[in-house]
Design a protein around this ligand. Structure first.
Ligand code: HAM
Length: 413
């Protein structure tokens, strides 16, 4: 025998109850997002590598280490999408969506790819539901976008949720702040962990995540970006917070919140769940007012989020799974009735009923058991003595003309 093949590490098959739970999650997402004026968008699974290199940022882990890149000859490099924001912005530009009433609101539910070390809640192919509102810098957009994620997670019953919120201001503010933070770290270099010391130049913000006691003490006195925002950005952030307060969304302002992608400006946020292990991030996002220019468009503000489908499902209780309703099960006694049975099942479906035909070559007894297991409302039994129609709820059974089965189903026996 040939060796049995398996799905690659960090990937999985969607089937059974998991498929039903996902379909339900997608329905909730559609209802909530389309109800707020978002339309569905589907972009290709791969894009020009440059879109992510420029959009997500050369210095990010995603671009440096996690992209699945395919070289298509000397002049074309493609990458399996690691995230959805840059592709949605590319589509906005490509389709001239600036001509539509702004903001343009789009949502997606698609699979994404990152070369990460697989572990619980972290996959190499994973699914995200996401929403992007492009073309307005109104702080109400930020608050509404956050509210929609929070509604979706509440609707599916995600447990132990925590929302952290901050503002990164403009790239210029951030550049100045970074220099100040580096000065602060250098002034206390001897008290820092070796790891943090080595990253002062490259990534001083990481120092906020350190567990090392000496580093933590130094960070308590460190300057905070949130205190350095320019007046416009500070007012923008205050309004975002006020809008969230007005609708009772609970959040913590966390000035040390860092996101793994470079395109963020102003508002950033992250939703975590205590019900998850180390990979506690359920969803996150923020504003990306500079992204459109980076990928070749006119300056256009944008705001959005994405949430991991696997993590939403892991943090939510499994809902009871109800089998799909079945109107008619067509059973038949012997191959001489096969053609008529086939026709009856097809006619029933054409008439808008759900109908299943016996396909397993079972005995009549086995077929009836199967119909019962499938939860069929009616069973038609085609035999030498004519067609019997059985109401599985009342147990009542009647001999009928095969052509009248649908009529009986509609009217009740
Ligand atoms: P992100 O924080 O990189 O943001 O990913 C969003 C969510 O995707 C995470 O919170 C997590 O639930 C899920 N996720 C990420 N990587 C994996 C993985 N390897 N396995 C399983 N789940 C994963 C973005 O992707 C941005 N595009 C969000 C955004 C939209 N910002 C503005 N608009």
């Amino acid at each position: 025998m040939s060796p049995k093949l398996q799905a690659p590490r960090g990937t999985y098959d969607v089937l059974g109850d998991d498929a039903l739970a996902r379909a339900r999650l997608e329905e909730h997402a559609r209802r909530i997002l389309e109800g707020a004026g978002y339309s569905r968008i589907e972009t290709p699974a791969f894009e020009a590598t440059e879109l992510f290199a420029r959009g997500v940022g050369e210095s990010t882990d995603v671009v440096q280490k996690e992209m699945y890149t395919i070289d298509e000859g000397p002049s074309e490099s493609l990458t399996l999408r690691p995230e959805g924001t840059a592709p949605v912005c590319r589509a906005y530009l490509e389709h001239g969506m600036h001509k539509l009433p702004q903001p343009v609101k789009l949502w997606y539910l698609s699979s994404f790819f990152r070369r990460e070390r697989p572990q619980a809640g972290r996959f190499r192919q994973f699914w995200q539901v996401g929403a992007e509102a492009i073309g307005s810098d109104d702080p109400a957009v930020d608050a509404e976008v956050i509210l929609l994620l929070s509604e979706l997670l509440e609707t599916v019953g995600a447990r132990g949720l925590r929302l952290r919120l901050s503002s990164l201001g403009t790239p210029e503010t951030r550049e100045r702040y970074r220099a100040d933070l580096q000065d602060h770290l250098r002034a206390h270099e001897a008290e820092l962990s070796a790891e943090v010391r080595a990253r002062i130049e490259l990534n001083p913000l990481r120092a906020f995540d350190a567990d090392h006691p000496g580093t933590r003490r130094v960070m308590e006195a460190a300057p905070l970006l949130l205190d350095r925002l320019n007046p416009d950005d500070a007012e923008h952030f205050a309004t975002v917070c006020a809008r969230l307060d007005a609708v009772g969304v609970q959040y913590e302002v966390d000035p040390t919140l860092v996101r793994g992608l470079d395109y963020y400006t102003r508002t950033v946020f992250e939703m975590t769940s205590d019900a998850l292990g180390a990979q506690s991030g359920v969803g996150g996002g923020g504003r990306y007012d500079g992204l459109m220019e980076i990928i070749g468009g006119a300056p256009t503000p944008g705001m959005g989020w994405a949430a991991g489908i696997e993590r939403i499902l892991l943090s939510s209780p499994a809902p009871p799974v109800a089998p799909a309703p079945l109107d008619l099960y067509v059973a038949y006694a012997g191959p001489q009735h096969g053609a008529e049975a086939f026709r009856l099942a097809a006619d029933a479906r054409r008439a808008g009923h759900s109908a299943r035909l016996e396909l397993g070559g079972r005995s009549l007894k086995g077929q009836l058991k199967q119909a019962d297991r499938a939860g069929a409302r009616y069973v038609a039994i085609l035999g030498d003595e004519g067609t019997a129609l059985k109401d599985m709820e009342s147990g009542e059974q009647k001999t009928v003309e095969t052509q009248t089965v649908m009529h009986h189903i509609r009217g009740g026996l």
